[in-house]
Write a protein that binds this ligand. Sequence first.
Ligand code: DC
Length: 217
Amino acid sequence: MIVAIDGPAGVGKSTVARFVADKFGFFNLNSGNFYRAVALKALERDVSPDDEENLAPLAESLDLDMVNGRLFMDGKDVEEELHTDRVDRVVSPVSACVPVRHIVNGYIRRITAGMNVVAEGRDMTSVVFPHGEIKLFLDASPAARARRRYRQGVSELSLEEITRGIEERDRIDRNKKEGSLKITEDTEYLDTSDLTLEEVCEKVSGKIKEHIVDPGE
Ligand code: DC
């Protein structure tokens, strides 16, 4: 069974996906981490995030795998390095590179083949898992998303800087040639601006339970 969760940057997709994957014993696939791994490698190799010609072979050359829910790149656990401000700054243009998207989607489909999966990231409902049994689009205003991020305490940036970063990433993500943020007709839209992440987790869990009880719905 596939649960695909889409939505903009900072809406809480990762937290919600991790929670429901743990609760139901599903494999948790954070697709943004794959783009972050390519971005990290680009930083290490001094490849510009706009340099399409060199990004694709770089992405192709990576050995990406997930072990116990953590991303390994070329045999090394890079999970901690993926969520830093320096990766945040370059990951959006890296993920806008169309050949990189095709390569990442190949990794994702291979790693999740035949599994019960909660897959999160923009384009999970539209491109990667259009046949997913449960497809959700989580949304929240940029201000609500910036507040959540700020409260996580993982960024050294101010609330205003985080808000500006989120607005800029939204702009790039909306205008991607492929894999842009969009809501397909058969995807359920949930505005979470006025909900806590715990409430969102409960709502999503409820939907999975309903589907398990009555898959025909
Ligand atoms: O979800 P995240 O913030 O870790 O994603 C990092 C970047 O990758 C962000 O700019 C959105 C992009 N991304 C994407 O284009 N497609 C995905 N399936 C997942 C993430």
